[in-house]
Design a protein around this ligand. Structure first.
Ligand code: GLN
Length: 536
């Protein structure tokens, strides 16, 4: 196959319908039929990237191997397909306008008036086709963020309309909408979905495939009715009902032939068998577990999406350890020495979460102390690792005012300090230490035991680091630096070997865990938590 084929995924009625999961599932199924795929996300918001967005606004910021701060849906794409995404896989209105304006300033438009159509739409189209042009893929799945009808989404949908016209049989549109159940009437209502398709049609776009999201079975009658009113073939109207796990979505989609109807729309037959054995085995293993493990997430956001990849990694690792994970959000801001036992004593394991800024850090330090002194398996991630270091400095090394210079610039013991290369940075966006770096592990450490090899490569997103001049003091008192960057010698991992599993990592291991290749540190942490649960 030489010409890449394009699948565009749009959403209607409301947001949060799981467009990312549907896009990832389509990718998974086509991949399972032997095709080379990639998935990209086009976000209509004006920020250049979500790196500067508050997690309450936009959930977790996912980081790619090449160091791009992206939408959390890219995390789903990687977890489902094991395919690495990159900067090219996430485009925002901000990035599009930035490119167009830079070109205008350089005189690249030869004196013409720059307009949304055609200049912005051309730039969007160029980026939509970019990965397809590499020749590395058979299918490019493009998810359009937001909901049809949003003002800022219009240029993206116009770009899709033009591409669909230009690409002909090489483009297929999938539209995901919502069918609400109206309790008072005892009925599922398809009218909002019909309106959403009309809205798309008004923009010149006819969906080829409809995926209807609802909380219960729709029944063939309703699916046929929607198809009939929306000019969509009956077997191309597919339901997506709430499921216990997002990982079951590809299976449910395959049962309704989502991949087969998409291939048919491209004029292709689905001769290649669907190879989902490993995936199904994972789901079966998940269903068969009865054991439960209680893991606390100590952080400042009580919002699922803020820690999406961590939650997914915990859940994957739990499956491979034959248990289910029950996560408990603990708002660190409200933790004190007198209430910490109430929050953490029943826990089998504790994650000290990443974060920025001072709010909630003193509570996290109290949590770290409790975990270390009560030998609860503990996993500190990024800021969580820095917290472990600060706690150890205060309570074991006796450096009472130990802190990170991020939290207390006046402290005389900055055991966590701004990295040298960060000192002259004034611009906030995209300037952290970002992306994958190597880390060398000490043989015999918990981290080495987990990975079983060295070096490893994990992704970063931080400005502060362990202050190396303190290293000897920490190691003599029992907190070892067991992972370092081979070039810069920056400390990447700390551990207290006297504890069962007390490990802090400066990087974000949650970005590399996938369903079929869970992250080794999460595996080891959950294994240790399961062990601690058995001891209770
Ligand atoms: N605020 C810390 C830093 O910038 C930790 C960042 C994080 O947890 N991602 O170093």
């Amino acid at each position: 196959m030489n010409q890449a084929k394009y699948i565009f995924v749009t959403g209607g009625v409301v947001s949060s319908l799981g467009k990312g999961i549907i896009s990832a599932s389509i990718g998974k199924l086509l991949q399972a039929r032997g095709y080379r795929i990639t998935i990209q996300k086009f976000d209509p918001y004006i920020n250049i990237d979500p790196g500067t967005l508050n997690p309450y606004e936009h959930g977790e910021c996912y980081v790619t191997e090449d160091g791009c701060e992206t939408d959390l849906d890219l995390g789903h794409y990687e977890r489902f397909t094991d395919i690495r995404t990159s900067t090219a896989n996430n485009v925002t209105t901000g990035k599009v306008y930035q490119a167009v304006i830079e070109r205008e300033r350089k005189g690249g438009y030869l004196g013409r008036t720059i307009q949304v159509v055609p200049h912005i739409t051309d730039e969007i189209k160029r980026r939509m086709l970019r990965l397809g042009a590499t020749g590395d893929y058979d299918f490019i799945i493009t998810e359009i963020g937001g909901t049809v009808g949003d003002i800022e989404g219009l240029p993206f949908l116009e770009a899709v309309r033009q591409l669909k016209w230009e690409l002909g049989d090489d483009a297929v549109c999938v539209h995901l909408t919502y069918v609400p159940y109206i309790a008072a009437a005892g009925e599922l209502k398809t009218k909002p979905s019909q309106h959403s398709v009309k809205e798309l049609q008004g923009l010149g776009l006819q969906p080829d495939v409809l995926v209807l999201r609802s909380d219960r079975e729709l029944g063939r009658g309703l699916l046929d009715k929607v198809g009939h009113f929306c000019n969509v073939e009956k077997d191309c109207v597919i339901q997506s009902i709430d499921l216990p796990s997002i990982y079951e979505v590809p299976i449910k989609m395959a049962e309704q032939n989502l991949d087969a109807v998409i291939l048919r729309k491209f004029g292709m037959t689905c001769d290649n068998p669907l190879e989902l054995d490993a995936w199904k085995k994972f789901i079966r293993r998940r269903e068969q577990t009865s054991k439960e493990v209680d893991i606390a997430l100590v952080g400042k956001y009580d919002l699922q999406d803020a820690y999406k990849s961590i939650l997914e990694c915990l859940s994957q690792a739990a499956t491979y350890n034959d248990c289910k994970v029950r996560t408990h959000f603990i708002q660190s801001e409200y933790l004190t020495h007198s209430n910490i036992a109430d929050s953490l004593s029943g826990m089998d394991g504790v994650v000290i979460c990443p974060g920025f800024g001072q709010r909630g850090t003193e509570g996290k330090i109290i949590a770290a102390e409790y975990c270390r002194t009560h030998d609860i398996p503990t996993f500190g991630i990024c800021l969580g690792m820095q917290i472990m270091v600060i706690e150890f400095a205060r309570n074991v090394l006796g450096l009472e005012d130990a802190n990170s210079s991020e939290m207390d610039p006046k402290s005389t013991n900055h055991v966590i300090d701004l990295m040298e290369e960060q000192k002259n940075i004034t611009q906030m966006g995209g300037t952290m230490r970002l992306g994958a770096y190597y880390c060398e592990l000490s043989i015999g450490s918990r981290a080495y035991d987990a990975y079983g090899r060295s070096p490893v490569k994990e992704r970063h997103r931080h400005r502060y680091e362990f202050s190396s001049p303190y290293r000897r003091q920490f190691e003599q008192a029992g907190m070892l630096c067991t992972g370092v960057n081979p070039e810069s010698r920056l400390v990447e991992i700390v551990e207290v070997p006297a504890c069962r599993w007390y490990v802090g990592v400066q990087f974000h291991p949650e970005y590399t865990g996938t369903v079929l290749n869970p992250n080794p540190l999460f595996m080891a942490f959950v294994r240790s938590a399961v062990g601690s649960s058995a001891n209770q």
